[in-house]
Write a protein that binds this ligand. Structure first.
Ligand SMILES: Cc1ncc(C[n+]2csc(CCOP(=O)(O)OP(=O)(O)O)c2C)c(N)n1
Length: 287
């Protein structure tokens, strides 16, 4: 069972994240809000807890690596990095998607070296992560390499080449997390390119597997706690079942919410909804 103080802290940080990503979506006149909301709990749990990282030393060699393979969620990654102290939240809000910014729609390591990799062209994150994991293993290093991919991204053949190689090379230090929000760019994966049965596919590629509700902090923490030793053996995949647009009813399971802007009235309604859900989960304001 996950520690209650830690879970409560992460729930609070996730609530803060949801408010901020909605505000950024409004200010920037659009971002990939659907997937940024589905992966909220995963990203916050990684950056606030699981990753062994030091924002003051982003190039520290012993750090865990993280690659956002679903790179269209760059705003989400930048946001959790700002929450963790890699840069000022104000800079992100003032410059995101602006001319000559460090923070464009897709993560760019050349502009922001604290990233472990650039991303945006789907299908490349897991191959890069597998290479990093292999290098760490060959050098006898202890860190892990984490990679977040989308379920729509599983359409890319390079994901499966990397999956096959990682099992063959026994990359026990590699952790893939799949954000299975059942949707891709323009609709449901089931109708466009069916990726199910997701768990059977990864098992067939000989990976350790955990299947969780990816919007449940407790289940995410349990999956992290049960990761096998990084030293050897199979790579691990966490199949995280989530809801695209999670927490905002007019964005949830809505194909148009893959990338959209939200106006001031919609922002107000969305913030009221996420605030109410958070207060109710805590047991009411005066509890
Ligand atoms: C190689 C490549 N092809 C197409 C795209 C355009 N594209 C951006 S997001 C997306 C859908 C991704 O779906 P999923 O991985 O499920 O992301 P999520 O629903 O979590 O946002 C596509 C096809 C791309 N970025 N890269």
């Amino acid at each position: 069972m996950a520690d209650k103080i830690l879970s409560d802290k992460l729930r609070g940080k996730t609530h803060e994240y949801r408010r901020l990503i909605l505000q950024l979506c409004n200010k920037a006149k659009g971002l990939h809000i659907g997937g940024d909301l589905s992966s909220a709990e995963i990203l916050v749990s990684l950056f606030q807890h699981q990753l062994n990282i030091d924002p003051k030393r982003p190039d520290w060699d012993g750090r865990d690596r993280f690659i956002l393979s679903k790179g269209h969620g760059g705003a989400a990654l930048y946001l959790v990095m700002a929450q963790r102290g890699y840069m000022e939240m104000e800079e992100l809000f003032n410059t995101y998607k602006q001319h000559e910014t460090r923070f464009g729609m897709h993560p760019c390591k050349e502009l922001f070296p604290a990233l472990d990799s650039s991303s945006g062209s789907l299908g490349h994150g897991l191959p890069i992560a597998a290479g990093m994991a292999l290098a760490a293993k060959m050098d006898g290093k202890k860190h892990r390499v984490y990679c977040l991919i989308g379920d729509g991204e599983m359409n890319e053949g390079s994901v499966w080449e990397a999956a096959m190689a990682a099992a063959q090379l026994k990359l026990g230090n590699l952790v893939a997390i799949v954000d299975v929000n059942r949707m891709c760019l323009d609709g449901f994966t089931e109708e466009i390119m069916n990726v199910e049965p997701v768990t059977d596919k990864w098992k067939a590629f000989n990976w350790n597997l955990a299947e969780i509700d990816g919007n449940d902090i407790g289940q995410i923490l349990d999956a992290f706690d049960h990761l096998p030793a990084a030293g050897g053996g199979k790579p691990t995949v966490i199949v995280a079942r989530t809801v695209k647009g999670k927490g905002v009813s007019f964005l949830q399971n809505e194909p148009a919410a893959h990338h959209t802007s939200i106006n001031d009235d919609q922002l107000k309604a969305a913030l009221a909804e996420v605030d109410a859900a958070y207060e109710s989960a805590k047991g009411g304001k005066n509890a």
